[in-house]
Design a protein around this ligand. Sequence first.
Ligand code: CTP
Length: 502
Amino acid sequence: MGKVVLRPRRKRKKVELRDPVLEQVAALAEAEGIELYVVGGYVRDYFLGKKDRREIDFTVIGDALSFAKLVARHFRSKAVIYERFRTAMVPVGKEYRLEFVGTRREQYVPDSRKPIVTEGTLVDDLERRDFTINAIAIAVTGPEKGKVIDLFGGLQDLSKKILRTPKDPLVTFDEDPLRMMRAARFAAQLQFSVDPAIVDAMKRLAERITIVSQERITDEFLKILQAPKPSIGLKLLYTTGLLQFIFPELAALAGVEVYQVGKQEYAHKDVFFHTLQVVDNVAEKSENLWLRFAALVHDIGKAKTKRFIEGKGWTFYGHEEVGARMLRRIFRTLKLPMDHLEYVQKLVRLHHRPMALVQEEVTDSAIRRLIVQAGDALEDLFLLCRADITSKNPHIVRKYLANYDRVYQRVLEVREKDKLRAFQSPVRGDELIAITGFDPSPAIGFLKKKIEDAILDGIIPNDYEAAKAYLLEHLDEWKREIEARGIPTTRPKRRERSEASR
Ligand code: CTP
């Protein structure tokens, strides 16, 4: 195969990649006389200023697999070989993942994303990649070391913050329909705009996503949720029709129905676009993927429960419970890890509860029930509730936020009270028995209560020395009271005993 003469569109200065592992790989290639390039995400991130990436994609001119094995030997690692794709991955230490691919041409057969691979040139390799920003190469060997090969204007697209494909997007996406998900993912992750030709191609090829494995789809979908502003990617999935195939329950939230009573028209808000706003609000406050997922599905039961009731308007009664129950199936279909199901269900089920506890006269026990039901997710629940306020009216936003502050204050108060109730006399039962010579009996419980009350009333501090001194000072007086009131000092029957031995 003849050497390809590459002419970058713009002359640019050579770059110097300073990474100890990369340098060793380059030295190995140099020693073997192999021409080697870094490509893909590493180069993209390098130019975006993220220079500490540990996942490095290499393109080898020639036999990538035997070179990967050599690299693996050098680092005392083991190469994972994907024979069919002629690619290999070499883990180095805990952090590095080195991916090797030989220059190749890929041909795709209809209804499959598995390509037939034949030998190719560096140009072929770059051209078959998904986006121009992922199709920039940097030479790491030979006299051209450090040279940037940018055949499709990837650098310019990086600076213009736009996603384009090297080839016609219809071809690029037809070759691997997952790239449509990746378009949404990169748009959200990098906050880039998307070439209208990409949007058109996504609309035309949306259904082709169904030939891609669920694991790969879900992987990209979760990356969208992890992005700084997930709505960018989710909106693109919706407007191109992909969402309908990959998450129909979510797509079903879109749209506004209007009910007409006489001349009056009643519309509800678009639940899908409200949801996107809630997800973005949560994303601003938390990196927790499952909290973000809970935001995504918090109203998922609304499509099923929507009713117009005259005199009341649009209602979604019971959507929290209906939504929570839809989640097991959704988790299964999307192949999400089941150990997060309970947490997400809990948040969906409870997301209206704090609102229902706003009134002054709400009892401690209603608050306590929320604390117990939410458990560890209580703080996340309040974060979700606050994020759920998407009104454009600042007066309403302020009012609702103040309401949640008030309920949260009650939560703190009840927690504090319960903590006090659970606290125990610093002088424990065994010692009281030794001092008084009583059996474990109601009299011991009586003495403990005297000490606890003194602490709660602020007469003595909550510590052992003070409590013991206070006990000894008052013991004679309390013994007289025990006698006068006939409080048993001997071992009680079973039920009373458990009370005294606290
Ligand atoms: N690639 C592609 N089509 C795909 C997947 C990957 O063309 N469906 C190419 C792109 O050039 C990409 C490279 O393979 O940059 C590496 O892919 P991957 O590791 O999946 O993504 P990265 O771009 O590296 O992004 P990140 O690791 O940040 O997710």
